[in-house]
Ligand binder design. Structure first.
Ligand code: MRU
Length: 347
């Protein structure tokens, strides 16, 4: 059987389309109301899309940057120009290590000035992510009990990856396998990825769900409406501490307090073995305007004086002590296995 893996060709995912000559991304700032696509073939446009979260989710921003660089490599530019552009894309978001890992795979394949092999490497980044999502969905769905209430935070679905997603891929796969789940969707302040994006994906997949604000999660767990939590990750330290969308840490604390199971779900491209523990993970801080108000397809609203200072870390770090088990594309690792160096052994 011939395989197309790694062959330069048109590819599509929920939020990215590459037809061989151009790459387009679904503008996630406009969801759920508007499904508009942006041509992000120009690396400056792609960089801006990553910075502004038009394209987002740790795996997908790595894939999107790789697609853009694959096209650039085919354009006949110089190796020097390629390296400059790659460095700018690499720095567009500081916490999601998948972005850096994807760009480094391309620049690492540069031998002298020959850009020839790079499009195939870019395509491998895409194909890898699809395969890794499949593996996580299968492994994670096996943890889900029939009739179980679940919570997820932010968006870790098809919108955030090239494949079926990480945490949300698990949830949707469990439903597809006939497990009658009900998903409580954390709205996810301040940019509302849960309310805007996860609810959009679950509706499309036909999975029963209920939107809650982040501050309601503890009582949903206390009342036993949900007994299991699946979240994504943007960077995982070698000891299993991990960064994910701000609010994940408080969700993990609430889950532990109420005896619920808590599972980060992420591919090994999210593991950063150079980070010894969570203290080494750089946390992106974003503009205070995101917290003083909200803007989107609905327009914009502000409820706080412009002059009021804001603390807006985009991610927080959850310690491995709060993890029941971590679902990866290479296996499911318990807290004890993570503490024992499983990520180093399997990485
Ligand atoms: O700021 P975002 O929307 O890019 O944050 C995304 C998350 O925190 C996701 O949970 C994470 O990237 C994993 S996505 C599969």
């Amino acid at each position: 059987m011939t395989t197309l893996r790694g062959t330069w060709r048109a590819v599509t995912s929920t939020a990215l389309e590459m037809d061989g000559d151009r790459v387009r991304i679904l503008d996630q700032r406009a969801l759920p109301d508007d499904e508009r696509w942006i041509d992000a073939t120009d690396p400056a446009v792609m960089e801006q899309c990553i910075r502004t979260l038009a394209v987002r989710g740790a795996p997908l921003i790595g894939v999107a940057a790789a697609m853009c660089l694959g096209l650039l490599a085919r354009s006949g530019c110089s190796a020097g120009h390629f390296r400059d552009v790659a460095a700018r894309l690499r720095a567009a978001r500081p916490t999601a290590v998948n972005l850096m890992a994807a760009v480094d795979r391309l620049t690492g394949a540069l031998v002298g000035d020959d850009l020839g092999p790079l499009p195939a490497v870019a395509m491998d980044v895409f194909d890898d992510d699809v395969d890794r999502c499949e593996a996580m969905a299968t492994l994670g769905a096996a943890l889900v009990q029939d009739g179980e209430g679940l919570i997820t935070h932010c968006n870790a679905g098809g919108l955030a990856t090239a494949g079926v997603g990480t945490a949300l891929g698990v949830v949707i796969r469990a439903w597809e396998l006939g497990k009658r789940v009900h998903v409580f969707v954390d709205e996810t302040r301040p940019l509302l990825q849960g309310g805007r994006l996860t609810a959009w994906e679950l509706r499309r997949a036909g999975v029963p769900h209920t939107l809650i604000t982040d501050s309601m999660a503890a009582l949903v767990l206390r009342d036993g409406r949900a007994r299991r939590v699946f979240v994504g990750a943007d960077r995982i330290a070698r000891n299993g501490d991990f960064a994910n969308k701000v609010g994940t840490y408080s969700l993990a604390v609430a889950a532990a307090h109420h005896g619920a199971s808590f599972h980060p779900v992420a591919p090994f491209t999210t593991v950063d073995l150079a980070c010894v523990d969570g203290a080494g993970i750089p946390i992106e801080e974003r503009d205070g305007a995101e917290v003083r108000g909200a803007s989107g397809a609905f327009g914009s609203v502000r409820w706080c004086p412009d002059a009021s200072p804001v603390f807006n870390p985009s991610f927080d770090v959850t310690p491995v002590s709060l993890v029941t088990s971590m679902v990866t594309d290479r296996g499911v690792f318990t807290r004890e296995a993570l503490r024992d160096g499983a990520l180093v052994r399997f990485g």
